[in-house]
Design a protein around this ligand. Structure first.
Ligand SMILES: C[S@@+](CC[C@H](N)C(=O)[O-])C[C@H]1O[C@@H](n2cnc3c(N)ncnc32)[C@H](O)[C@@H]1O
Length: 421
């Protein structure tokens, strides 16, 4: 992996920024992109910010094996910031391939004077006996890996975990009628364009004209399965930042998009404006929205643990906590009931989550069908919406696992229901 070198010769400011980003992500104060826009980091030169992000990201992608290697060389856990510095040092040595003397010197400079000898010794030891930073059995936190093995089996869990170390490609959804002729990459089943380009994507052909928006291939499947009639009324619940709102609006449906975060809805407004589409936007709690309308097509992209998005957000793996999955499952059930109340007789409801956890997916469908006798699962046809063949479950819902697409894809659960007429 080649990354832009930081501008100050010692690279200290960029490495301190990486340390702050890593600390914030692991203590759940802020994701990497949120962290980069804090006042402390917003003032850094763009090159240093890019390096800080790349270094923190490389560390998070290999955190499991890095921590195992460090634990074997530390008698007791060092103070938090020293631990973060060691993690960054290991990522520089083995992922960014920084020459050992530079990686060690830069990491030692981040540590307090009293612990510099320790940091120096640990990193030099690692450099002499490089750990395997790609071992799939160590890439995910143990508790999460155990859950995936229980849900999907050993081989599948290992294939999922192997992707934690991989940099994901960028997938684009194209505005209707837009061409991809001047973009490099390939069109995937369903129409997603998988870009094979690097650098700042706001400089890629077509960005400024609003010809495409960034949307993972799996995330694009849900709105395709809703397939609202042109001119029909579609409701998008939990809509921000609006990837699925854009897709639904692009079909010609009259879209109402609801999200409880006014700040996140502003991103939907910006995205609609850039692509040249429109929708009615509502800032409200989807479970308590005082509106009597019913819709022929309703999409619920519920808040979830987001463990399926680890390729772009590896911090979700380390920020997730087991009890939260149960709490989120309760929120999802409440939102699913609220979404069902909005579906007109004979209408469709699509439920999806970017989670790999069965309680947030299969468990929701099972419990919902038991509570809502007026709904039945409407099975997805093989390949419909561009869904990978391997993701189609016996009941007709989709369980998309990250390795179901060559090159990887976000993990998603998607179920489509039909309300009795
Ligand atoms: C997974 S994201 C949605 C992604 C979006 N559908 C897209 O395709 O770009 C979940 C969203 O749910 C919103 N949310 C969480 N709880 C909510 C609630 N009770 N009512 C409405 N929106 C909610 C969050 O603000 C967040 O924007």
């Amino acid at each position: 992996m080649t990354e832009p070198a930081p501008r100050d010769p010692s690279g200290l400011a960029a490495r301190k920024a990486a340390l702050d980003l890593l600390s914030a992500a692991l203590s759940r104060r802020a994701g990497l992109d949120e962290g980069l826009s804090t006042p402390a980091l917003a003032g850094l030169p763009a090159r240093d910010r890019a390096f800080a992000r790349a270094l923190a990201m490389a560390t998070l992608r290999h955190l499991g094996p890095i921590d195992a290697a460090l634990a074997a060389r530390l008698r007791s856990p060092p103070p938090e910031r020293v631990m973060q510095a060691l993690r960054l040092g290991a990522a520089q040595l083995f992922v960014l391939k920084t020459p050992p003397h530079a990686a060690v010197a830069a990491t030692v400079a981040l540590a307090p004077t009293a612990l510099r000898a320790l940091v120096n010794a640990v990193l030099r030891g690692l450099a002499r006996e490089p750990p395997d930073l790609f071992d799939p059995d160590r890439l995910a936190p143990d508790w999460l890996y155990a859950r995936w093995r229980a849900a999907y089996g050993e081989a599948e869990a290992r294939a999922i975990a192997a992707l934690i170390a991989e940099e994901p490609p960028t997938d684009l959804s194209l505005r209707p009628g837009a061409t991809s002729d001047d973009l490099q990459g390939e069109t995937l089943p369903g129409g997603t364009f998988r870009a094979a380009m690097g650098g700042d994507l706001t400089g890629w052909p077509g960005f400024a004209e609003g010809r495409w928006w960034v949307q993972d291939a799996s995330a694009a499947v849900a709105a395709r399965l809703l397939d609202p009639a042109p001119g029909g009324a579609a409701l998008d619940l939990c809509a921000a930042p609006g990837g699925k709102t854009l897709q639904l609006a692009a079909t010609g449906a009259r879209v109402t998009a609801v999200d409880r975060s006014a700040a996140r809805l502003r991103r939907v407004t910006e995205n609609l404006a850039r692509i040249g589409l429109s929708a009615e936007l509502v800032a409200a709690d989807a479970a308590a929205w005082p509106d009597e309308r019913r819709f022929e097509a309703v999409l619920l992209d519920a808040p979830c643990s987001a463990t399926g998005t680890f390729r772009r957000h590896p911090d979700v793996l380390w920020a997730a906590r087991p009890p939260e999955i149960g709490k989120l499952a309760q929120v999802q059930a409440r939102l699913l009931d609220a979404a069902a109340r909005r579906v007109e007789p004979g209408g469709r409801l699509v439920y999806c989550v970017c989670s790999l956890e069965p309680e947030e997916g299969e468990g929701q469908t099972e419990a919902f069908l038991a509570r809502a006798p007026g709904f039945r699962l409407e099975p997805v046809a093989p390949g419909e919406g561009g869904a990978p063949q391997a993701s189609l479950r016996a009941d007709g819902a989709l369980r998309i696992l990250p390795h179901h697409r060559p090159g990887g894809t976000d993990g998603f659960y998607i179920a489509r229901f039909r309300r009795a007429p």
